[in-house]
Design a protein around this ligand. Sequence first.
Ligand SMILES: Cc1cc2nc3c(=O)[nH]c(=O)nc-3n(C[C@H](O)[C@H](O)[C@H](O)COP(=O)(O)O)c2cc1C
Length: 158
Amino acid sequence: MKTLILYGSNHGFSEKCAYILSEKIKGDCTVSNIKRKKDVTLDEYDMIIKGGSVHAGRIQKHLKEFFIENEQKLKSKKTALYLCCSDYQNVDKYYESEFPKSILDEALVKAHFGHAYYMDKLNFILKAILKKVADVENSEENIRYEQMDILLKEADLI
Ligand SMILES: Cc1cc2nc3c(=O)[nH]c(=O)nc-3n(C[C@H](O)[C@H](O)[C@H](O)COP(=O)(O)O)c2cc1C
């Protein structure tokens, strides 16, 4: 069983989650940043896990492009999804609006791994937006390990 984790990440949290998850997976597992691996070869993998984060209501555009370009190929694979975002009430809404229906329908599991704000990675403008919109000024991190365990179990990866 060969697994590929493809992630999009603006400030490193979804990336961190990808690597934590990869450590728990039985068998071969490759972790790739979708930004650098747009032309990744899917053929050699049995399971594809796709993850990303929400910024201003949107997931990474490279992920969306990947879904469109590989829609047919992805149909023949086992897939699982994870999202990282700070609006815990609206995770389902983001899944609905940001992922193609075919990707959602075929996914064995749709997880939410939590969120993080890393202040040292944000520029002045993003910090100001965050303060105004979410009243956040300090770094914070919430990794939902229990959601990782659910994904691993539902996708038969442990
Ligand atoms: C500028 C900015 C905008 C964000 N917009 C949203 C949003 O619209 N909805 C949401 O749920 N989370 C939002 N978040 C929270 C991110 O999804 C969260 O910080 C996530 O962990 C980022 O992961 P990443 O570091 O992999 O990009 C935003 C965060 C930042 C810094």
